[in-house]
Design a protein around this ligand. Structure first.
Ligand SMILES: Nc1ncnc2c1ncn2[C@@H]1O[C@H](COP(=O)(O)OP(=O)(O)OP(=O)(O)O)[C@@H](O)[C@H]1O
Ligand SMILES: [Mg+2]
Length: 331
């Protein structure tokens, strides 16, 4: 089974974008995929996929209630399916109060059992829910989490439950993690959680054509410390359109979503985007990334051929066993 937390120490390193795209790529490769959105903030995966209608309703059942073992309904009723087939447990505002709710639970239970607070397994709750109570390994081939890096308890629950990290990094600014920094961070988490954490790969993203960026990419590709299966270029237009298409970069290209000016207003519509080779190439990179995670990190057999059904165009085939893109005329 494939289980990974898309982790980055800093914000805005394209975590949500990457989680969504890898999830859709895995689903297209035949993996029944579930994503947990643990980020309560705006602009999260829940809003990207247009799910989580009740995320602000305090009375609605949500993942926090299940993690804290106080459910208000069936776990499976939390799961929504996006039109691209990926299952999602959406975010809820209560994720923002997770630690205070957890503290209350710990006070209550340790008081009842006359137990020391420090002995309470506060980072093991999500693990128990996903694997012991819900036995999701019997149902899914892949589970990904888009965490909120600042929420320590939730992040640690996510890492304790899934054990493997995918680390997007962005050139320049705060996102420029040093190579030692990442190692140190994983080491600290391993000590704190008393588990082994695997780093599947590091994915430089938003890499442009400047010398500094190219230099940065080489530095990452040449290190022995971790794998860098692909680099994702600076693809602002493609990735931003995901928020209009309410789906992955695959959906943007296939449905040809574009934002443009019409009668003095900005509108977003399908059927308008030009089919660009470099964007199809980016879909191939995303597929290669999902392929790497599935085969190299988790030793899972996945479908190596993805067909792109591009509206009003010839279909394209991404064959990960071949070096170049091949064209077919099945449209
Ligand atoms: N490869 C890319 N090149 C350029 N822009 C990108 C790329 N990938 C994503 N973006 C854009 O960058 C913005 C931030 O991305 P995203 O929301 O995925 O980051 P994040 O790490 O999840 O942020 P946060 O820390 O707030 O959760 C989005 O507008 C997205 O469309
Ligand atoms: Mg995010």
């Amino acid at each position: 089974m494939i289980t990974a937390v898309v982790y980055s120490e800093s914000g805005g390193t394209f975590k949500t974008t990457m989680t969504a795209n890898v999830a859709v790529a895995l689903e297209r490769m035949g993996q029944n995929t579930l994503v947990l959105d643990l980020d309560p903030q705006e602009g999260n995966l829940t809003s990207l996929f247009d799910v989580g209608e009740h995320r602000s309703d305090p009375d609605a059942d949500n993942l926090v209630k299940h993690i804290l073992d106080m459910p208000d309904g069936d776990f499976h009723d939390l799961i929504e399916t996006s039109d691209e087939g990926v299952d999602i447990i959406p975010s809820h505002d209560m994720l923002g109060d997770f630690t205070s709710n957890l503290e209350q639970k710990i006070s209550y239970e340790t008081g009842m059992k006359n137990m020391n607070r420090d002995e309470y397994p506060r980072f093991e709750l999500l693990y128990e829910l996903l694997w012991e109570k819900q036995k999701l390994h019997e149902e899914y081939d892949a589970i990904l989490i888009d965490p909120n890096a600042r929420a320590e308890d939730l992040l640690y629950n996510a890492i304790f439950a899934l054990r493997t990290l995918i680390a997007p990094v962005k050139p320049a600014g705060k996102g420029n993690l040093s190579l030692e920094g990442l190692d140190e961070l994983v080491g600290n988490m391993e000590n704190q959680l008393e588990i082994e954490i695997g780093l599947s790969c590091v994915v430089p993203s938003g890499v442009g054509q400047t010398n500094a960026h190219q230099q940065y990419q080489k530095q990452f590709e040449n290190t022995e410390a971790f794998s860098t299966p692909v680099t994702i270029g600076n693809r602002e237009s493609l990735m931003d359109a995901m928020w209009e298409a309410r789906g992955s970069a695959f959906k943007v290209v296939e449905e040809r979503w574009k934002t443009f000016e019409k009668d003095g207003e900005m509108v977003s519509e399908p059927g308008q985007r030009r089919v660009r080779d470099r964007e199809v190439e980016t879909l191939r990179k995303l597929s290669e990334l999902a392929w790497f995670i599935a085969t190299e990190t988790f030793d899972t057999d996945v479908e190596p051929v993805l067909e792109l059904d591009i509206r009003g165009h010839e279909n394209r085939v991404i064959d990960l066993q071949e070096d170049a893109l091949t064209e077919t005329t099945t449209a």
